[in-house]
Design a protein around this ligand. Structure first.
Ligand code: ZN
Length: 309
């Protein structure tokens, strides 16, 4: 494994490389914008439209929780006029990368102003680094469409600040996108209308649906914590299996960014069926089930409704 610190150090020693990257990125007169991961990247693409040249650091299928930046990422950031991150410590690697790259662009957190939920306390639940995320703000705010509207508004404002000449276009794109998000929110609610309250338990491998649950009326159970970096302990898994049996939950769901083995084991031990794959933290490539945020949310809602009805 390559030591991340070595990469960063070598970047600091080679600032001359960045200026040529900057020149390339600004080619064509488009605003160079960097987004940290695929879902934020999709919001930026919708609102930036034709005026921006967008680079996404953690692309389709990539896990934004855990990422090892490359020298190319630092060059990309150095050339950006605007850098959009999720924030709420989702991309723990990003602050350091921004500093090391010498980036001069404005950095905005798309979650700014969102009413956050705290990660529920789990006794002794720690990730590989010995961190306990209990009590911190849950970063998966995009999983409620009401929050996604805030992402869109923050990104619109960030783009206007970085490129005032594009104000009218960014406002037009944002208004159209916000209307599509309103329609999406209504559609998700209507998909779930036929699911009885007592069947609304969502069991996923990592705790990514903490905003989705209350927004659409689901109780949540997940063996792994709020970051895919964590591992579930034997005690956590035993508790969850008891809870699933007690609630008579009928389905468990896999996620695109998590190891499916844990969910499969829970299904075996509880008799719950596997309800399919939910896309929690990353989009797919164009030919996948979740190439953009709106399609991802529709896919997840349909998968959950089909498994629980
Ligand atoms: Zn996550």
């Amino acid at each position: 494994m390559i030591n991340r610190r070595h990469i960063i150090t070598s970047l600091i020693a080679a600032p001359l490389l960045w200026s040529s990257a900057a020149a390339v990125a600004q080619d064509g007169g488009k605003l160079p914008v960097v987004a940290s991961f695929s879902i934020v990247g999709d919001f930026v693409r919708e609102i930036g439209g034709e005026r921006i040249a967008l680079m996404v650091i953690v692309g389709p299928g990539g896990d934004g929780h855990v990422y090892s930046p490359t020298p190319q990422d630092a060059k990309t950031l150095a050339a950006a006029k605007l850098i959009v991150i999720n924030g709420l410590k989702f991309e723990g690697w990003m602050d350091r990368l921004i500093k090391a790259s010498g980036a001069k662009g404005q950095v905005i957190a798309a979650t700014q102003g969102i009413k956050t939920r705290n990660v529920p306390h789990r006794h002794g639940h720690r990730d590989h680094h010995g961190h306990n995320h209990s009590g911190q703000a849950d970063p998966h705010a995009w999983q409620s469409v009401a929050n996604a509207k805030r992402y869109a508004a923050n990104i619109r404002n960030g783009l206007i600040a970085a490129d005032p000449a594009g104000k009218a276009e960014y406002e037009k794109n944002a208004a159209a996108y916000l209307a599509r998000l309103d329609a999406l929110d209504k559609d998700i609610k209507s998909v779930f209308e036929t699911i009885p309250k007592e069947r609304r338990t969502l069991i996923t491998s990592h705790d990514a649906f903490g905003y989705f649950g209350p927004a659409y009326g689901f109780r949540l159970i997940s063996p792994v914590g709020v970051s895919t970096e964590s591992e579930a302990s034997a005690k956590d898994i035993a508790l969850i299996i008891r809870e699933i049996k007690r609630r008579k939950a009928s389905a468990v769901f896999m996620e695109n960014v998590s190891d499916p083995r844990l969910v499969k084991r829970i299904a075996d031990e509880t008799g719950a069926k596997i309800g399919g794959t939910l896309y929690s933290d990353a989009l797919t490539t164009k030919d996948g089930a979740a190439p953009d945020y709106i399609t991802m949310m529709r896919h997840n809602a349909k998968t959950i409704a089909d498994a629980l009805k």
